[in-house]
Structure formats: C-alpha cells, structure tokens
Ligand binder design. Sequence first.
Ligand SMILES: N[C@@H](CCC(=O)N[C@@H](CS)C(=O)NCC(=O)O)C(=O)O
Length: 203
Amino acid sequence: MITLYGSPRTSAGRCLWTLEEVGVPYNLKDVDMRNKEHKSAEYLKINPMGKVPALIDGNVTLFESMAINFYLADNYKKELLGMTSKERGLSLQWSFWASSELQDPIIEVFIQKVFMPDDKRDQAVIEENLAKLPDLLNVLNNSLEGKKYLTGDQFTIGDINTQSVVSICPMIGVDLKQYKNIDAWLGAISDRPAFQKYQSLRK
Ligand SMILES: N[C@@H](CCC(=O)N[C@@H](CS)C(=O)NCC(=O)O)C(=O)O
C-alpha cells in the first residue's frame, strides 16, 4: 500500500489529488509539523529535506511533490503523463515553469501576508513580488487560448502541478477572473471527480 506523508493543505495536496486521479488505494499519514515531526530522525530517513510530502510505495521512497506526481502517473495511469511526446513535453514544461518561475513570487507574498506578524510584514517584498505576477500569468493565459488543458484536450500532471501553484493566487489577493483562459481552465479542472474528492479532503 502506498503511504503519502503530509496533509491536504501542504505541498502534499497536489500528490493527494494525483492519488485520487490514478485511483489506487493509499494511506495518508499526517506529519505533525507543529511538533517538528518533519525534522525527527525517523522522518529524515524518509525525506532527508525534512519537508512534506514524501511517498513510500514498496521499495520506492520519494520526495519532491511534482516528482512524486510523475512517478504515480508513470506507474498507475500513464495517460496522465501525456499521450504523445509533445503532450509529455508540455506537461513537464508547465511543471518546471510552475515550480521554477511562478511559485517563488507567489510564496514570497503568501509568507508575508499569511505568516508574518503585522509588525514584521515587509510591504516592499509584497509589492516587488506581486509586480512579477501579471507577466507570468499572462504567459499562462495566452498559452491556454483555445485549449481545455495545458496540452490541449489531454489532462496531465502538468495541469495538476501548475494549478496547485496558480490556485494560491486568490489567497494573496490576486483576482484570476481577469485572466479569462486561466479562469476557464480552472473551471474545467474543478469538474473532475478526483479534484472534487481532493477538495473535500482539504476541508
Ligand atoms: N519542493 C518541495 C517543497 C516542500 C515544502 O516546502 N513543504 C513544506 C510544507 S508545504 C514543508 O514541509 N516545510 C517545512 C520546512 O521547510 O521546514 C516539494 O514540492 O515537495
């Protein structure tokens, strides 16, 4: 049985969603981060980075949420990788883009707005990073023109990995409705039963 370490409202969430998409049984094991369980010697043997998520599947132990998602698709539902080389390339492209280009400015703002106490909040960091988002979101919005998903008609891990970053935007005050294609893409994703199950687990 697969074990996923983490909880739905962390980076483990995108893996939980993928587990629902592939439809295999799994255990979700909460890691008590308030009590630093993620830094315990026992957990560091599973994820030496001391972060969630991590996944154990038989003799396979993995960390890095987006890599876990590619592993799950490769093993349990290959179509989620993409059906053609082009789709697989696009799925990877958007996953790398989400983690290396889009995620950093979003997380910088998220940390300042959500975690930082009022007296420590750095408005300059917020403004500097918010200013990066329109260009990035326009790249995504333009690429989605005339497409249901990021590769076209085929839903892939690229959609999961990218949506899981884009979906933080409303929490930091970025209105996605102004990006019409992104808005339509989020709507198409929200119709998926696996996504709905994942959302119910976040509550
Ligand atoms: N690149 C990693 C990031 C994981 C990550 O930062 N997880 C956070 C929770 S969302 C964490 O465990 N933070 C604890 C820490 O950094 O000490 C991934 O995608 O798996």
